[in-house]
Design a protein around this ligand. Structure first.
Ligand SMILES: NC(=O)c1ccc[n+]([C@@H]2O[C@H](COP(=O)([O-])OP(=O)(O)OC[C@H]3O[C@@H](n4cnc5c(N)ncnc54)[C@H](O)[C@@H]3O)[C@@H](O)[C@H]2O)c1
Ligand SMILES: [Zn+2]
Ligand SMILES: [Zn+2]
Length: 341
């Protein structure tokens, strides 16, 4: 079958690969839709690991149910892409997201479990969830990034009336902003360096207001508007300016949730966290219950996940789609790939 793999820095190749072989542990899925994630973009920009077939946000139909006797060929599913050991203390307390094995064999993020940038994939049976008949495959592929936002919001512990700042208007920032409003925030502001994405965060009703992160006036304006800072800041970028603005724009005693992933070191003035006695959380992935909750929220249309989708493309258009998502000027936030198109 044809798959899209990393070839070099900002470069993909389309190559012929083996179809997944049914086995006792995995469910084999025909991929319907696969989302392109900001984390995938980091791998593509670094050009490593070569040969990696990405795509960890996917939906599809069962080809071979493997260990899952309750599933049959043709069932519509999505899945957590992760590979927790289920035996360590983290797993046993339900915190699969920080098990040391969680990402080592993750679908679309490891070499042994190629992802959804191919017509078929295999995924661990215990990670697969059926999706309701009323749920589209587009919605199914949006469950994973939605769950990332929900997990960040749970850590943020937003009180009704709180003022919340989201830094970064990619899909993770948008769903985090949306959930912050659902939690009862009185103000959800969002900062962006890409004005098209900033405007979109407001027009899609994820954020109440957006501010240009490149303007020097933005920090003083926001400090004045909030009378000294936001109760909660959710950082959804993963670079030094974003992390530093999070520490600057949170109020004393406030909470910062770091969701953005950086592959480079970030220097910052930790004295800001010390002097303000901040609560700083990292947020990684989600737990199984949050993933399931997102299936329910999207299926019941309480979360309109499809409004965030800008385009659906074929495998041949993946390279161009990554370039579009990193242009810094395009309004597109989420592009799905249909590998059987
Ligand atoms: N912790 C997790 O579990 C988890 C899961 C998924 C993604 N991520 C990470 O979260 C981040 C966001 O993911 P995404 O899919 O939304 O990515 P994305 O690349 O689509 O969005 C990032 C946005 O940040 C904006 N930006 C850049 N610098 C900025 C700045 N200084 N201030 C404000 N905005 C700025 C960009 O214009 C872009 O729109 C990425 O680093 C990704 O790797 C983390
Ligand atoms: Zn992702
Ligand atoms: Zn474990």
């Amino acid at each position: 079958m044809k798959a899209v793999a990393i070839k070099g820095i900002r470069e993909f190749e389309i190559k012929e690969v083996e179809e997944p072989i049914p086995n006792a542990q995995d469910v084999v899925i025909k991929v319907a839709k696969t989302g392109i994630c900001g984390s995938d973009i980091h791998y593509w920009e670094n050009g490593e690991p070569k040969g990696l077939i990405m795509g960890h946000e996917f939906s599809g139909t069962v080809i071979n149910p493997g260990p899952r006797q309750d599933l049959k060929e043709g069932d519509r599913v999505t899945a957590l892409p992760i590979s927790p050991c289920l035996e360590c203390t983290s797993c046993q307390t339900g915190n699969v997201q920080y098990c040391k094995d969680t990402w080592t064999h993750a679908v679309g993020l490891s070499m042994d479990y190629p992802g959804g940038l191919a017509p078929m994939l295999k995924v661990r049976g215990d990670m697969v969830y059926k999706i309701p008949d009323t749920m589209t495959f587009e919605e199914g592929a949006m469950v994973e990034p939605t769950a990332v936002g929900l997990h960040a919001i749970h850590l943020a512990d937003i009180k009704v009336g709180a003022k919340v700042l989201v830094i970064g208007g990619g899909i993770i920032g948008l769903v985090s902003a949306m959930f912050a409003k659902k939690e009862g925030a009185s103000l959800v502001a969002l900062t962006e360096t890409n004005p098209e994405r900033g405007k979109k965060s407001v027009s899609l009703q994820a954020a109440d207001e957006w501010y240009d992160a490149k303007l020097e006036s933005t920090v003083p304006t926001l400090l004045e508007k909030t009378e000294g800072g936001f109760d909660v800041v959710i950082e959804c970028v993963g670079n030094a300016p974003a992390v530093n603005s999070a520490l600057t724009l949170v109020k004393p005693g406030g909470t910062v949730v770091l969701v953005g992933v950086s592959t480079k070191d970030i220097s910052t003035y930790t004295v800001m966290a010390v002097m303000k006695e901040l609560k700083v959380f990292g947020a990684i992935g989600y737990i199984k219950e949050e993933f399931k909750t997102c299936i329910d929220l999207i299926a019941s249309k309480q979360v309109e996940a499809t409004k965030f989708i800008d385009d659906i493309v074929s495998l041949d258009q993946v390279q161009a789609s990554y370039e579009r998502l990193t242009s810094g000027t395009d309004s597109a936030v989420k592009i799905l790939v249909d590998p059987n198109r």
